[in-house]
Design a protein around this ligand. Sequence first.
Ligand code: URA
Length: 243
Amino acid sequence: MRIEMKLVRLNKFIADCGVASRRKADTLIEEGRVKVNDKITSELGFKINPTRDKVFVDGKQIAKLDKPVYIVFNKPKDCITTTKDEKGRTSVLDYVKVRDRIYPIGRLDRDTTGVLLLTTDGEFANHLMHPKHQIKKSYKVTLAEPMTPQIAALLSKGVKISGRQTEAAEVIIIPGTKNKEVGIIIHEGRNRQVRRMFEAQNYEIKKLERIAYGDVSIEGLKRGEWRYMTKKEIESFYKLEGL
Ligand code: URA
């Protein structure tokens, strides 16, 4: 009896090994940094047999991770999201010490605190970051000056940042805070979006905290603490088209 070997795309295999997202894997392939067995393979869409073929990236053999890891981290201030920093600043990896090579899903500014998801699963990260999925990100904003209902309404309709309108957001002034704390839920992930939305209305942000990413909330985690995501939390993202 002949056993059919399952072929997988080379970029998917690289992503499954936690080396890079599928898109970045394509770049690595195009740059001629990937070898299959003893041949450089710069053809996009190339398929391999993972049980038989050996794959090398920059000369190092890569292997599929046993089990993907999904983490939720409560990022403190003065901690940067990138995993490498030439200036030696404190990064997420100084807090989240695991054996596997993990990547943050999206980013938070150095001064922003709260939910940051990290994973070894490049495919999962890529999907969550794709703008088409419109994952909700919930923030608590502490302001120097009280928010007015008019500006809150404006922010929720959308304001221009860098010449482009932001999409509709949910904005509430949190009761009992002298109107200085505002909850905002956005579905996009433009660079420094929340800060820029408020700055565009001449509001100074004193503190910015992400309290949830999708259904994953910061509850129960102190600053600097992390935990593995629950099955339910991971599955909540599998409802997204294409995952
Ligand atoms: N919006 C910002 O302005 N900063 C963040 O870190 C996240 C969202």
